[in-house]
Design a protein around this ligand. Structure first.
Ligand SMILES: N[C@@H](CCC(=O)N[C@@H](CS)C(=O)NCC(=O)O)C(=O)O
Length: 201
């Protein structure tokens, strides 16, 4: 398998999942001109042009982080990174992955475009409300998004919350989120993934 990434982007969640799963994989970086490290046209590999994409050993290319994360979890059942397919808990994982993708990822990600004036105020208000939602989710004392066991959702939430540091945004008075970020950052496989992408938590 080969995972296409941009360092620190949402593809970091898939990278963390691959390491937590203990699966063999390669990484290839994609640059802003949509060229891979080896000089290939990334759009010929993933016509969507964005990361992540996972090239499977059978030649298929899987896109969309939430699908890639579940594929990785299902390839390594012993790592218990997702509840079993067909269960209510799997549905709950999908609920959280969709929340992270559409509400947290896209809301914080929008700040990289550096909106100004009223647009910035509106975008910031949305970020604050999504951070509040994530704080409420974790505030019942659970260690991770799905409870007390790490799942693929945690690497994803960690990745997108980590962007607040690059953006100069404050997590603020949200103790559960702060503790969650510190807890995930301490995981050896997360440290490995960050180091491999040239990042620190
Ligand atoms: N819907 C996609 C969104 C992926 C996405 O937003 N990728 C960003 C990095 S976090 C990207 O590659 N942006 C560059 C671009 O869109 O050209 C998913 O959930 O995987």
């Amino acid at each position: 398998m080969k995972l296409y990434i941009m360092p620190g982007a949402c593809s970091l969640a898939s990278h963390i999942a691959l390491r937590e799963a203990g699966l063999p994989f390669e990484i290839e970086k994609v640059n802003g001109e949509k060229l891979t490290e080896s000089g290939a046209d990334y759009r010929a590999i993933n016509p969507k042009g964005y990361v992540p994409a996972l090239a499977l050993d059978d030649g298929e290319v899987l896109t969309e982080g939430a699908a890639i994360l579940q594929f990785i979890a299902d390839e390594a059942p012993a790592a218990a990174l997702a509840p079993a397919n067909g269960t209510r808990q799997r549905l709950r994982l999908q609920e959280q992955l969709n929340f992270i993708a559409s509400e947290v990822h896209k809301t914080i990600g929008a700040m990289f475009a550096k909106p100004e004036g009223a647009a910035r105020e509106a975008a910031l208000a949305k970020v604050e409300s999504r951070l509040d939602m994530a704080e409420r989710l974790l505030a019942d004392g659970r260690q991770y998004v799905m409870g007390d066991a790490f799942s693929v959702a945690d690497g994803y939430l960690f990745t997108v919350l980590n962007w607040t540091g690059f953006l100069g945004l404050e997590i603020g008075e949200r103790p559960a989120l702060k503790a969650f970020l510190a807890r995930v950052a301490e995981r050896p496989k997360v440290k490995e993934a960050l180091a491999a992408e040239g990042l620190a938590a």
